[in-house]
Design a protein around this ligand. Structure first.
Ligand code: F6R
Length: 368
C-alpha cells in the first residue's frame, strides 16, 4: 500500500509529478485555458476587479504563491488571507470580487465559513479542492479539482504542489479572459507549467543529501528558514512541515527582514535553511540572498541551501546543498519545496516520530 515506503508521506512526496500532471489535465483545450466552464464564464472572469484567496495552513501557503502569479499575469489586486481571520475583519467584497477558496479536504470549517461570508456579500466563489463533492465545492459557484489522489499522511505534500498548479491555472484563465496576456503567451506559460512534472521527478531523484541530513539536524533546538519572493512562501511551508512532523521550533522569515530583528537569533551551529532564487531569473534577488547567507555564515549559522543546479556562487557558503532544476521563477516553488518536505520527514523519523500521524493533528479540521 505504501509502495515499499515506510511512510505514506514519502510515497506521497514521490507522487508529486503525477499530482501536478493530473491537476493540469483537461485544462488546456484548443489553445485555451479551461476552468469550470459551466459555472464560471469568460464574462464572469472579465467582470472580476479584485481577487481574495482564503485558506488555512499549507493551502494558505499555496495561496500566497497565487498572489505572485495572478498579480503578475493579470494586474488584478490579490489579497491572501487566513480563512480564520477573513470574515471577522469585514473585508471589502462585492459582486466583482473573486474569492478563491483553497482546501484539500473541502471540509475545513474556517474556510467554509469564509466562503459563506463571501457569498453573503455577493462575491463569486471558486473552490480549489482535492475531494470530490466535499462541502466547500458544493457551496462554491465553481470548482477546480486538484487530482492529487487521496492523501493519507496528515501533513499535506502532493496536494500542496497540486494546489500551486491549480492556482496558476486560475491566474492564466483570468489573464486570458481579461486580455492581459496574448493567447500565445498564455499557451507558453501553460507549456512551462505542463513541463513541471518532469522537473519535479528529476528533483526527486537526488534527495540522498536530504535523507542523511535528517539524522544530523535531529538534535537541533530550532531551525530557521529564509526565502524571498516566491521562495518566502516555500520557506513558510518548510517551517510548517518541520513543526508538525518533528515538533521542533521552526520559523520562516522573508530574507529582507533578517536585519530588522531575526538576525539576533543567529548563533553558532543554528541550522538555517535558505531557498535561493535562480541567478538568471531574478539576479537582483539572488545577489541579496547571497549576501544574507554570508551574513548568517559569518555569525556561525549552519547553512542548508536549496539552489538552482550549477549555481556555483552559493557553494562557498553552503554547508549542505540541494540542487533543483532550473525552471522559470514563478514555478520554482514546485521544485524547491520537495527537499524541504523530505528534510522534515527525515528529521521526524530520526527523532522517532510517526511521520504519517503527528500528535495533536487531524487530517480534516471541521471545527473553527
Ligand atoms: C499541513 C496541513 C494543514 C492543512 C490545513 C488546511 O500539512 O495539512 O495545515 O493544510 O489544515 O486543510 P485543508 O486544505 O483540508 O483545508
Amino acid at each position: 500500500e505504501k509502495g515499499g515506503h515506510e511512510y505514506f508521506m514519502l510515497k506521497e512526496i514521490e507522487e508529486q509529478p503525477a499530482a501536478v500532471a493530473n491537476t493540469l489535465r483537461g485544462h488546456f483545450v484548443d489553445h485555451r485555458i479551461v476552468l469550470d466552464e459551466q459555472r464560471l464564464s469568460d464574462q464572469d472572469l472579465r467582470d472580476v476587479d479584485k481577487v481574495f484567496v482564503v485558506a488555512c495552513g499549507t493551502a494558505y501557503h499555496s495561496g500566497l504563491l497565487a498572489k505572485y502569479a495572478i498579480e503578475h499575469w493579470t494586474r488584478l489586486p490579490v489579497e491572501v488571507e487566513l480563512a480564520s481571520e477573513f470574515r471577522y475583519r469585514d473585508p471589502v467584497l462585492d459582486r466583482c470580487t473573486l474569492v478563491v477558496a483553497i482546501s484539500q479536504s473541502g471540509e475545513t470549517a474556517d474556510t467554509l465559513e469564509a466562503i459563506r461570508h463571501a457569498k453573503d456579500q455577493k462575491a463569486r466563489v471558486l473552490a480549489i479542492c482535492n475531494t470530490n463533492g466535499a462541502q466547500i465545492p458544493r457551496e462554491s459557484d465553481a470548482v477546480i479539482y486538484t487530482h492529487a489522489g487521496p492523501e493519507i499522511g496528515v501533513a499535506a505534500t502532493k496536494t500542496f504542489t497540486a494546489q500551486i498548479a491549480a492556482n496558476y491555472l486560475v491566474g492564466l484563465a483570468l489573464a486570458q479572459a481579461r486580455g492581459t496576456k496574448y493567447p500565445d503567451e498564455v499557451a507558453r506559460e501553460f507549456r512551462e507549467l505542463a513541463a513541471m512534472p518532469e522537473a519535479v521527478a528529476r528533483t526527486l531523484e537526488s534527495l540522498e543529501t536530504a535523507r542523511s541530513l535528517g539524522g544530523e539536524l535531529a538534535g537541533s533546538k530550532a531551525v530557521l528558514f529564509l526565502g524571498r519572493h516566491v521562495g518566502y512562501p516555500v520557506a513558510l511551508e518548510g517551517a510548517l512541515k518541520l513543526k508538525e512532523l518533528a515538533y521542533m521550533h521552526a520559523e520562516a522569515f522573508a530574507a529582507g527582514e533578517l536585519k530588522h530583528g531575526p538576525i539576533a537569533l543567529i548563533e553558532e551551529g543554528l541550522p538555517v535553511i535558505v531557498v535561493m532564487p535562480s541567478p538568471k531569473g531574478r539576479a537582483v534577488l539572488h545577489a541579496k540572498l547571497l549576501s544574507n547567507i554570508q551574513e548568517i555564515r559569518a555569525r556561525g549559522a549552519r547553512t542548508v541551501v536549496i539552489a538552482e543546479e550549477g549555481d556555483e556562487t552559493v557553494w562557498p557558503f553552503a554547508q549542505h546543498l540541494f540542487e533543483v532544476p532550473a525552471v522559470p521563477t514563478l514555478l520554482q516553488p514546485l521544485v524547491s519545496t520537495i527537499p524541504l518536505q523530505v528534510i522534515a520527514a527525515e528529521i521526524a523519523r530520526a527523532r522517532g516520530y510517526d511521520v504519517d500521524r503527528p500528535r495533536n493533528l487531524a487530517k480534516s479540521v471541521t471545527v473553527e
